[in-house]
Write a protein that binds this ligand. Sequence first.
Ligand SMILES: [Zn+2]
Length: 491
Amino acid sequence: MSAEKIGSLTLLRGGHLFDLDRPFEVGDVLIEDGAISRVGGTIEAAGARVIDATGMIVMPGLVNAHTHSNQSIEKGLCDALPLDAWMVVASYGGAGAALGPRDLYISTMVGALEMLATGTTAVLDCPRSPQQWFDEGMDQIMSAYVDVGMRANVAAQYSDLDFFDSLPMALIGEERPRARTGTVPELLGRVEPFLERWRGRHPRLHPMLGPSSLPRCSVELFKGSLDLAARHGVGLHTHLLSAKSQVPVAGARYGGSTVEFLREIGGLRSWTSFAHAIWLDEKEIGVLAASEAGVVHNPVSNLKLGAGVAPVPAMLRAGVPVALGTDGASSNDSQNMFETLKAAALVQRPIVPQDQWPTALDSLRMCWDGGARALGQKIGRLAAGFRADVVLLKTGDLRLAPKQQIANQLVYAELGRSVDTVLVDGEVVVRGGQVTKVDADAIRGEAQRLIDGIWSSLPARDARFAEVSPTLERLEREVRSLALGFSRFCG
Ligand SMILES: [Zn+2]
């Protein structure tokens, strides 16, 4: 299938423009060289390619600020497993699927197809490429985003401690240090060429560092990662206090607060962002707010894994920048940001007073403003100077209404079915609901063959999980019964 070519000048004619900062009214949008140059009213632009948006809603593309593309072919992997046990099945402890470079390309593509078709134009992806073909695997992931036309910040994920070293095994009397998965110079030496190969290579793609989480990394590796990111001028994205089990680990390893420790080692920066941030106390929220770092909230994955409810209203009140993410497909399992927008607004309501409930507009603001910040990109607005990442939605299922009611419909009633046309950097990448730059059917066919192989290996994987499952169940009971002096709505 050939790519739908456009000139450097594109005019979106006569759509209903929806943006947090402007009135909801009919107007044109002019795009020049991938950026929005004029918005509103009737615009004449000689030689421009015109896309008729009459009767459609035109909005900025959604931003998914946390996922793992290597999981995209494992949608539906498991159910009713708590986070630490899920981690073993999905990723670690030798039980996770080992994907080759082409597999990683296909898996990334499968996630990107779902995101683009449901109006997500930019992603912060933190995939794991196996160390034996790390370079090739990372290059295949980047190539998938190049080919499909999506904007992506890709944080190569790595760690040097065994997963069980990130758990408070002392609680059940099973503490024993395990072998490291590599030395710090080896690990950083492996990831640095990825930054060198991809920094500045493609305007839509930005390499980042993704040390898995502080408990999964030696302090030496985490500090080395911060230094490496600063030296190359790239972002660093990691997981923060996603599981209650990480609170006692922090007590033993960092002398108390993970967030305070991050501040001490220079980890809270404008270019660092932290996925989940569930098990923070009020003081840690204050430390984050006083820094320039941002958080990425993943409400659906947090609920599915019973991990807890992140204190998002408290973070927003304190001034912490919060973005939204789906998390990977083996824990969500969808990559649909409309679902995440809705969950982010609703999940707090049984817990916090009504005057702290996030609204539909709050959800959209987190997605667009928090997402733009987490990715370090000028996206999330229909305004001059912003990159032209734009979604055109059919009306029909969506009904034209005042601005507030449009926001409510987008967050509470839409799941992406209305997405008609998607532009990224001014290029049309979805038209009539279909991707334009790749053959989606061929990719889905190849994905199915790959997925068949994964499911055929599932019994062996389950058997390896069964070996550690009793230990994880005992630990889960101990951790759930821990009194922390603060609560995050986790049983
Ligand atoms: Zn994650």
